[in-house]
Design a protein around this ligand. Structure first.
Ligand SMILES: NC(=O)c1ccc[n+]([C@@H]2O[C@H](COP(=O)([O-])OP(=O)(O)OC[C@H]3O[C@@H](n4cnc5c(N)ncnc54)[C@H](O)[C@@H]3O)[C@@H](O)[C@H]2O)c1
Length: 411
């Protein structure tokens, strides 16, 4: 076995003997007299002297040993918060997805494995992430390109670009749309529903396409369908799924997406976690409306439904957004405390890492899978009815209100 090398700074260099404060002859009297009662406490952190990287270390060990400062340290803290605290069995984990993640392959590489391991219990995504996920389920290739391509020529060649990712316009986008419209007019879609149900029904098709195309575990919607992980979108009209829902409505399609169902169901998950004596945590990838949608569950409980509650227990965000513009995308967990979104007692369990999701998500996924056993899926999709009932019942218990038509609520 290789001997652990002696840390370099402990080896005196010829002619220079390390000196401590007490040995310094030139130290001014005023500084010598200072007592510094908290000094040892402040300097009690891990010493920054990582071993040289060899290429033989495991990724999770590299994160623990070498990600020591700045956003690397936040990434390490985030990995540890997620793995050591948020994946406890009694924690319900919500995850928000903003930014073009599935087109970059993060659905296949990370989100599907996180779902399969039971590491995420409910999801709020932009419609774009779920729409582009369908190309993977349908086995339409999404390809690596370059960020500095000639977009006029791409347009002339029937190709669309998401930064350095390329998709066929008619071969992939329009083909997906056509199939999507065929599905949306099927009988099971002819009613009012929330987006969890919409995506669950789409997920059933996605799972079937995966099976037929013999591509395994490439679609978030298919994986969420299989695991009973409810998938919401915060802006149902703002994506090509929403555009196609609107398109078939012109032909008399009866599908109506009701966002209030989503608001109440997601709120019910958080309340149920707390009332079962457990905790609730959020992993926020990017900002945008999915971040707010997942976090507004606590204000919905406290401010709108007027039920006594204290906020999220765990907050982990990866973002590129600044806090100083006042936008919610960059808002910090301590700002969220003032809105009741995060429990002030739990602020030490809040981490914000300023980095690109395409870097952080595979690292966090690897770290969690390397350090934590899979969890049993909570299958929240199947529990929506029961949890909504509990939420409704608590709402009427806490508030002296009747139904809007004046009748007594039937609980
Ligand atoms: N074809 C489609 O359906 C389609 C395509 C693109 C966008 N859209 C819609 O546009 C809206 C906004 O889209 P969006 O989420 O792509 O963009 P966005 O730019 O609004 O991103 C939201 C937030 O996430 C952060 N963010 C984005 N990418 C990040 C990354 N890689 N790493 C870290 N932080 C990141 C941004 O700073 C911002 O705070 C959504 O509602 C989406 O559905 C639809």
């Amino acid at each position: 076995m290789r001997k652990t090398p002696k840390p370099k700074s402990q080896t005196p260099r010829p002619g220079v003997t390390p000196r401590m404060r007490k040995d310094l002859t030139e130290l001014p009297e005023w500084l010598r007299a200072r007592e510094c009662p908290h000094k040892a406490q402040y300097l009690g952190g891990t010493r920054i002297q990582p071993r040289g990287i060899t290429g033989r270390e495991k990724l999770a060990d590299l994160v623990d040993a070498s990600f020591l400062a700045y956003n690397a340290a936040r990434l390490r803290e985030g990995c540890r918060l997620f793995t050591e605290k948020m994946l406890e069995p009694d924690v319900t984990v919500g995850m928000s997805l903003a930014g073009a993640l599935t087109p970059a392959g993060l659905g296949c590489s990370s989100i599907v494995p996180l779902i399969k391991a039971g590491f995420v219990d409910w999801i709020v995504a932009t419609g774009a992430n779920l729409y582009h996920d369908l190309h993977f389920a349908l086995n339409y290739p999404v390809r690596v390109g370059r960020y500095n391509m000639d977009d006029t020529d791409l347009r002339a060649n029937d190709i669309v670009r998401i930064y350095d990712v390329l998709l066929g316009y008619s071969d992939c986008l329009m083909a997906t749309d056509e199939i999507l419209r065929e599905i949306l007019v099927q009988p099971e879609f002819q009613k009012e529903m929330g987006t969890a149900e919409l995506h669950y029904l789409l997920g059933r098709y996605a799972a079937e396409w995966e099976r037929k195309a013999r591509v395994k575990d490439v679609s978030v919607l298919a994986a969420a369908y299989r695991a009973g992980v409810p998938c919401y979108t915060s802006s149902p009209g703002d994506s090509t799924i929403g555009m196609n829902v609107a398109g078939v409505e012109l032909r008399g399609n009866k599908l109506r997406v009701n966002p209030s169902i989503d608001v109440n169901e997601t709120t019910a998950f958080v309340l149920a976690a707390k009332r079962a004596g457990g905790r609730s945590g959020v992993v926020l990838w990017g900002g945008g409306s999915p971040k707010n949608f997942i976090l507004q569950t606590e204000p919905q409980i406290q401010e709108v439904l007027r039920i006594k509650e204290f906020g999220q227990d765990y907050f982990l965000q990866f973002t590129d957004a600044r806090p100083d513009t006042g936008g919610l995308s960059g808002a910090t967990p301590s700002e969220a405390v003032s809105w009741g979104k995060v429990d002030p007692e739990r602020l030490p369990d809040a981490v914000v890492c300023y980095t690109d999701t395409t870097i952080a998500m595979p690292l966090l996924t690897h770290y969690a899978l390397a350090r934590h056993r899979p969890r049993k899926s909570k299958r929240l999709f199947d529990q929506r009815g029961k949890m909504m009932q509990a939420l409704t019942s608590e709402y009427f218990t806490h508030n002296k209100v009747k139904m809007v038509d004046g009748s007594e609520p039937v609980l």
